[in-house]
Design a protein around this ligand. Structure first.
Ligand code: FE
Length: 170
């Protein structure tokens, strides 16, 4: 997610079309983005990020609140959230880029926002070593192995929906 302007307060968010969240945003014209903090547990990544393509209520068994727009946001391992109302969208092939007005937001804790660097060093479990002897690319986010080389530039991880730039050579 990127902030575009502060007056008016607008953001863009690119969402993979294979992600169930994409259909929900397209249908409701609104979303809540939870901002994960360094206190987030790996289980939260697995719970949300790794089953993005599934049409299930991922919030059902997870601590959450409901925003002014009626949509849920997570409260555990998050230091804030923002609500967006979609103004327009651009088809980017594998993804849709949504431009949205920020309609609400709240700071939930002082814990710093998590970066991928911090995630890899402190939160993500070490990838299994069963990849030894295999050739290909591994997803740095979830550990999915693509057995082939080169990795297509437009490759999307089938597990966590991250792109080729989040893969590294085995
Ligand atoms: Fe992945």
């Amino acid at each position: 997610m990127q902030q575009v302007t502060t007056t008016p307060n607008q953001v863009t968010i690119a969402v993979n079309k294979n992600n169930f969240t994409h259909d929900m945003i397209a249908k409701t014209g609104a979303f809540n983005a939870s901002i994960l903090s360094e206190k987030v547990k790996f289980g939260t990544f697995k719970h949300f990020g790794f089953q993005s393509g599934r049409n299930v209520d991922k919030f059902a068994d997870f601590p959450h609140e409901t925003g002014e727009n009626g949509l849920p946001y997570i409260t555990e391992g998050a230091n804030g959230y923002i609500s967006g109302k979609v103004i327009s969208s651009v088809d980017l092939g594998t993804h849709t880029l949504f431009l949205a007005e920020v309609t609400a937001g709240e700071v939930l804790s002082d814990a710093p926002s998590v970066t991928y660097d911090y995630y890899h060093k402190h939160i993500k479990e070490a990838p299994p070593k069963k990849t030894e002897g295999k050739k290909g690319w591994v997803c740095k986010i979830c550990g999915y192995v693509y057995e082939g080389d080169p990795l297509p530039a437009d490759f999307i991880c089938p597990v966590c929906k991250h792109g080729a730039s989040d893969f590294e050579k085995l």
